[in-house]
Write a protein that binds this ligand. Structure first.
Ligand SMILES: Nc1ncnc2c1ncn2[C@@H]1O[C@H](COP(=O)(O)OP(=O)(O)OP(=O)(O)O)[C@@H](O)[C@H]1O
Length: 296
């Protein structure tokens, strides 16, 4: 019999996870799976359950939660001989990974999409010794993003990040970063480096419109010299999907990127606090199989 594990974060999505657990279970059982359910109670649980699913030979893991739960679940799958296919019911406030895969942000629609027969092989990235699904941001502006409260995230979604970022823009000095990528080197003052695997970053689906989930590339934006005026034109470029053409943006794609700095700079990985610089990023092409909606 096929085996599936549900990994659910009861604190995600205004605590609606419980309601969706029973619905996912019903769908999976009707499709012939023996289903086990694991609820997380805090940090690290989804990683442990993700690893258990691999070792226990599960065919499918369904993550019910936000990007944080997903990030932990895929880290449990790192370096495992067998990796189950992944299904996603997005209950976070941002849900970048689901957005990038065109999975509905309406959990009831996402439930129906779980019946899809379409599976995509999707790239993941390594940041030092951990996996990431979506994005690594480094620099003083990325640090500002840690101060976004979960209440604000629920209320304002991705605009909470924008608001917090703009607030710190004028006050925060940029650090000098050295970025080495695929045999090239960039050095300069930059308040923000965004390294994205998918088009959607912080809920902005046009941040990196050319990024495909399986293109084997990290899409990097080095934001230089942001002033109050530039922030307006940068915001407009972000909105219209032209960020890479902005005069204060250095854009490149690479398979491997190393970033270091003389300053102590922290990172934000998939929306959570990540390691301080130096970091070593590399792409793991088509590392994971994900259920995605049928093509329309
Ligand atoms: N039972 C629980 N109670 C409270 N917090 C939990 C529980 N289980 C897991 N967590 C924490 O929830 C966080 C992940 O939440 P979630 O999956 O909603 O991600 P998110 O990053 O808030 O989502 P998004 O970025 O998409 O809005 C992790 O920090 C994890 O430690």
């Amino acid at each position: 019999m096929k085996k599936a594990m549900i990994i659910s974060n009861p604190s995600s999505g205004q605590e609606k996870a419980e309601h969706y657990v029973s619905q996912v279970q019903t769908i999976l059982e009707s499709r012939g799976y023996a289903v086990s359910v694991n609820e997380t109670s805090g940090e690290g649980d989804a990683t442990k359950y993700g690893a258990d699913a691999c070792k226990g030979g599960c065919d499918l893991v369904v993550s019910i939660g936000g990007d944080g739960t997903l990030h932990e679940t895929i880290n449990g799958m790192m370096d495992q001989e067998h990796r189950p296919t992944l299904g996603i019911i997005p209950l976070g406030t941002v849900n970048d990974f689901a957005r990038a895969l065109h999975i509905s942000l309406d959990p009831d629609e996402a439930l129906e999409q779980l019946r899809s027969e379409r599976i995509r092989s999707v790239d993941l990235g390594m940041v030092n010794d951990r996996l990431f699904a979506n994005v690594v941001a480094a620099g003083s502006l990325a640090e500002a993003l840690f101060s976004v409260s979960s209440e604000e995230k629920s209320k304002l979604g991705s605009f909470a990040y924008m608001k917090e970022g703009l607030k710190d823009l004028v006050n925060t000095p940029a650090s000098v970063m050295t970025i080495e990528y695929d045999g090239q080197r960039w050095e300069g003052e930059a308040p923000l480096l965004v390294a994205a695997l998918t088009n959607s970053v912080g809920g902005f689906e046009k941040m990196s419109p050319n990024a495909e989930v399986d293109d084997g590339l990290i899409h990097c934006f080095v934001i230089r010299n942001i002033g109050v005026l530039n922030s307006v034109t940068l915001g407009t470029s972000l909105f219209f999907g032209n960020l890479k053409h902005h005069k204060d943006v250095h854009y490149f794609t690479a398979k491997e990127v190393r970033v270091h700095s003389g300053d102590m700079i922290r990172t934000n990985v998939d929306g959570e606090e990540g390691p301080a610089l130096p970091i070593h990023l590399r792409v793991l092409p088509q590392y994971i199989q994900v259920i995605v909606p049928e093509e329309t």
